[in-house]
Design a protein around this ligand. Structure first.
Ligand code: C2E
Ligand code: MG
Ligand code: MG
Ligand code: MG
Length: 274
C-alpha cells in the first residue's frame, strides 16, 4: 500500500534530506541522553499576587545546555515523541527539590506537562505512582498543562486531573486562550488556576478587545472558583490594568526573571529599568 515507495532506497534521497535525517537522529540521541542522565536544570520564576506583591509559588522552567532554546527543545521533544520521558524526569526533579527543602522555607513549585504526555498511558501511570508516593508534598506542587499539543481525549485527561487533585496537587491550564480548544478545556477539566496566554498581556494596553476578553474570563473563572494568572508582564501599567480587570496573579520579567534559584526579594518594589 506504499504507492511504489518500496522502490525508493535511502541512497536515492537527496543529500540534504539524508543530512536532515541524520541530524534529527543525532538530536534524538542527544535528547535521550539529557533525560537518562538528568542533564537539565530548572530556572525558577516567581508567580506573584498582583495586589499584595507576595510570591505565591515559582514556575520551574527547563534549561538545557548553553545555547539551546528551552522552547525549541521542548517543541522538538514533542515532535519526536520524547516529551513524556522528559516531563516525567522534570516532575521527579521537582519532587526531589521539594523533599530536600528545610521545613522552614516552604517554596511551592509549578512544573509544566505537555498535553501530549497527559494522553500517554505509560506517562500517566508513572505520574500517578509518583504522585501517590509523594502525596505528602502535594500541597506544594502544581502541574501546568501547556496548550502546545491539543488534548483530544478530554474525558481521559479529566480523570487524570481529578486523581491528581484528590492526592492534593494543584492543576493549572497554561497558555490559556492561545490554542483552539481553551473553552472546551475549561468545560472538561477541573483546575485551580488558569494562566492567561502572554499574548493577551502584550496587547492589553493597546487593545480594548483583549481587555474585554480578560475581564470576562476573570468573571467566568471567579464563578468556577479558578484563580487567574497573567504571564509575560513587563510593565507596571500592565500590572495596574490586569489587576483592575480582576486578574489575581502575575508572572513576568517585571515581577521576577527566571533564575537558577528561587529569589524571594520582594518584586515590584523598585521600578528599576532593564
Ligand atoms: P510557559 O510555560 O508559558 O513559560 C513561560 C515562558 O515565558 C518561559 O520561557 C519564560 O522564561 C518566558 N517569560 C517569562 N516571563 C517573561 C517576560 O516577561 N517576557 C518574556 N519575553 N518572556 C517571559 P521558556 O523558559 O523559554 O519556556 C518556554 C516554554 O517551554 C514554556 O512556556 C513551557 O510551555 C515549555 N516548558 C518549559 N519547561 C518545560 C518542562 O519541563 N516540560 C514541558 N512539557 N514544557 C516545558
Ligand atoms: Mg508554564
Ligand atoms: Mg505559560
Ligand atoms: Mg506561554
Amino acid at each position: 500500500a506504499s504507492l511504489g515507495a518500496s522502490k525508493l532506497t535511502f541512497s536515492d534521497l537527496s543529500g540534504s534530506f539524508q543530512e536532515q535525517v541524520s541530524e534529527t537522529q543525532e538530536r534524538i540521541a542527544a535528547f535521550k541522553a539529557v533525560v537518562a542522565e538528568n542533564k537539565f536544570d530548572f530556572a525558577f520564576q516567581p508567580i506573584v499576587d498582583l495586589e499584595s506583591r507576595e510570591i505565591s509559588h515559582f514556575e520551574a522552567l527547563a534549561r538545557f545546555a548553553k545555547g539551546e532554546s528551552p522552547y525549541q527543545t521542548i517543541v522538538f521533544a514533542e515532535e519526536v515523541g520524547l516529551i513524556q520521558d522528559f516531563d516525567l524526569a522534570s516532575s521527579r526533579r521537582a519532587i526531589t527539590y521539594l523533599s530536600q527543602q528545610s521545613a522552614g522555607s516552604p517554596v511551592k513549585l509549578a512544573v509544566n506537562l505537555s498535553g501530549q504526555s497527559l494522553q500517554n498511558d505509560a506517562f500517566v501511570d508513572a505520574l500517578m505512582a509518583l504522585g501517590k508516593e509523594n502525596s505528602g508534598l502535594a500541597g506544594r506542587l502544581m502541574f501546568e498543562a501547556t496548550e502546545s499539543s491539543r488534548i483530544h481525549d478530554l474525558d481521559r485527561v479529566s480523570r487524570v486531573f481529578q486523581a491528581l487533585k484528590q492526592m492534593g496537587f494543584s492543576m493549572c491550564l497554561d497558555d490559556f486562550g492561545a490554542g483552539a480548544a481553551s473553552f472546551q478545556y475549561l468545560r472538561a477539566l477541573e483546575v485551580d488556576y488558569v494562566k492567561i496566554d502572554g499574548t493577551y498581556t502584550r496587547r492589553l494596553l493597546s487593545s480594548d478587545r483583549d481587555s474585554l476578553l480578560i475581564r470576562n474570563l476573570c468573571e467566568l473563572c471567579r464563578d468556577l472558583k479558578i484563580k487567574t494568572i497573567a504571564e509575560m508582564i513587563e510593565l507596571e501599567d500592565q500590572v495596574t490594568e490586569l489587576s483592575s480587570l480582576g486578574v489575581h496573579m502575575g508572572q513576568g520579567y517585571l515581577l521576577g526573571k527566571p533564575a537558577p534559584q528561587p529569589v524571594f526579594s520582594r518584586p515590584g518594589g523598585s521600578r528599576s529599568r532593564r
